[in-house]
Write a protein that binds this ligand. Sequence first.
Ligand SMILES: NC(=O)c1ccc[n+]([C@@H]2O[C@H](COP(=O)([O-])OP(=O)(O)OC[C@H]3O[C@@H](n4cnc5c(N)ncnc54)[C@H](OP(=O)(O)O)[C@@H]3O)[C@@H](O)[C@H]2O)c1
Length: 316
Amino acid sequence: MDALTRRDWLRLTLAAGAGLALTPGDLWAQGTLITRAIPSTGEPLPVIGLGSSATFSQVARQEDVSALKSVLQTLLDGGATLFDTAPSYGSSEEVAGRIVKDAGWASRVFWATKLNVAGRGGSSADPAAARAQVEASFQRVGKAKIDLIQVHNLGDPATQLPILHEFKKQGRIRYVGITTTFDQQYDELVRIMRNEPLDFIGIDYAIDGREVEQTILPLAQEKKIAVLAYAPFGRTRLFRRVADRPLPDWAAEIDAKTWAQVFLKWIIGHPAITAVTPATSQAKNMIDNLGGGMGRLPNQDLRKRMAAYIDALPGA
Ligand SMILES: NC(=O)c1ccc[n+]([C@@H]2O[C@H](COP(=O)([O-])OP(=O)(O)OC[C@H]3O[C@@H](n4cnc5c(N)ncnc54)[C@H](OP(=O)(O)O)[C@@H]3O)[C@@H](O)[C@H]2O)c1
């Protein structure tokens, strides 16, 4: 739990979220946040991060962004570091960048953004526009080095991956990656993973969305590529699917106190996963999600039983 004392944590989280479903004490009882090594360097990364599309980006459009500041503060003071954003997530990158800069938190955040300058009419993206977008990301967060930039949704990797590698060579980017959450792009992602040097990929992975287990996750392990798991709840899909059902008995075996923690622990239970980035606009849900990275994780046998339980529920 970093340098936080128990009293600091209590003060922070009580201020951050009225009406907490979970108490900070519950989190302390579960221990500290699990970390996984980034395969290309061995650097430890806390397994729970924060995404910034969905509700985070809706709130970023509003004038009062104090709720997002509380979410980011909860992330950092809970011992996590990873913030996943993109220039295309509305105001998320700009607003979070301003919060982090103003609060002096930039050095504490593992800042993961993306590059997504589209080419016109299917042509290659303009390299100058791609470089300008990367420079704009530097301005927004005010870090001399951005931790991770990924080519977003396989947007013109032939142009954009070499540009990101140039920035990495200059020491301005620490890690390079590529993302997609579209099944129809998986074959191309696999081709790129086999042929290009990559530190990270970002893919969608959820207890009811397991396609990446076939080829992508084993290949990531083989090629020593870190994996960020996106859309862990399928936005609201999984919560709608479990509705108001009580947690099954097996949730206690993995110290999961909420459905969100069940979904997160199931993902982290796969050894290829480096971190998962649920998006939230609420500090109380950030606390809940941090609990998903603490305590016991399911073994492969329990993961199968958990997925079977969800599969048997009516669709979302
Ligand atoms: N191609 C790509 O690069 C790509 C694609 C998809 C996603 N991503 C990344 O992955 C992140 C996560 O994916 P996502 O935003 O699509 O969906 P998600 O994380 O699966 O779901 C976000 C939704 O879950 C709710 N939520 C969060 N924590 C909760 C909790 N503990 N209990 C109940 N509800 C909770 C949020 O609402 P509240 O605000 O009310 O908590 C929001 O409605 C994105 O934000 C983005 O950073 C990247």
